[in-house]
Design a protein around this ligand. Structure first.
Ligand SMILES: CC(C)(COP(=O)(O)OP(=O)(O)OC[C@H]1O[C@@H](n2cnc3c(N)ncnc32)[C@H](O)[C@@H]1OP(=O)(O)O)[C@@H](O)C(=O)NCCC(=O)NCCS
Length: 158
């Protein structure tokens, strides 16, 4: 039987408190730290979906919309948007949550392509994705276009 999982089965949400050791010289959350947190979330989502070892093949859209500052909470939400043959796309949304109001402000949305690996570290097929909502179906369609663009970039050696 073909293995398949829902988007909700692998959803991951992490929360980090921005501490002094996370700041850059300008007093904001250091982008490199945030990238590590995003990659970890994408990896956990992919591991939950595939139940196997995974690696990051590419990352799209690392555009920082807002900074985050000491004492704020950084909320990172990751979910599967598309599955190919051996790869899957994971959307990772990042927010800064202000503790006084509970309001969340978008920091970044990134799309990670993760690849499942077998025991010889070679790409292996990933479980299918069950799409339950209109939003998930729309994400899937948008992901197909992003995948085409990545394929094109890969062909061009970019
Ligand atoms: C990603 C990697 C496994 C691809 O290996 P490969 O021998 O080229 O394998 P394939 O061509 O079969 O590609 C495997 C899957 O990755 C996808 N892929 C490969 N390069 C990609 C890229 N640049 N962007 C997006 N997807 C990519 C392919 O489309 C394929 O997915 P599919 O089966 O769903 O169509 C290989 O390049 C690798 O191991 N890279 C290092 C990854 C790593 O170490 N990451 C940690 C960060 S340092």
């Amino acid at each position: 039987m073909t293995e398949e999982r829902k988007v909700a089965d692998s959803l991951v949400e992490t929360v980090h408190m921005v501490r002094p050791n996370h700041l850059n010289a300008a007093g904001r959350l250091f982008g490199g730290i945030l990238m590590q947190w995003l990659d970890e979330v994408a990896g956990m989502v992919a591991k939950r979906h595939t139940r196997s070892n995974v690696i990051t093949a590419s990352v799209d859209n690392l555009r920082f919309i807002h900074g985050a500052y000491k004492g704020e909470m950084v909320v990172i939400v990751g979910k599967v948007t598309f599955v190919g043959n051996t790869s899957l796309e994971v959307r990772v949304d990042t927010y800064s949550e202000h503790t006084d109001t509970g309001m969340r402000y978008p920091i970044n949305r990134a799309y990670f392509t993760m690849v499942a690996l077998d025991e010889n570290d070679r790409p292996k097929p990933v479980p299918r994705l069950i799409l339950e909502t209109e939003e998930e179906k729309a994400e899937w369609e948008a992901a197909k276009k992003r995948r085409e663009m990545r394929m094109q970039r890969r062909k061009e050696g970019f």
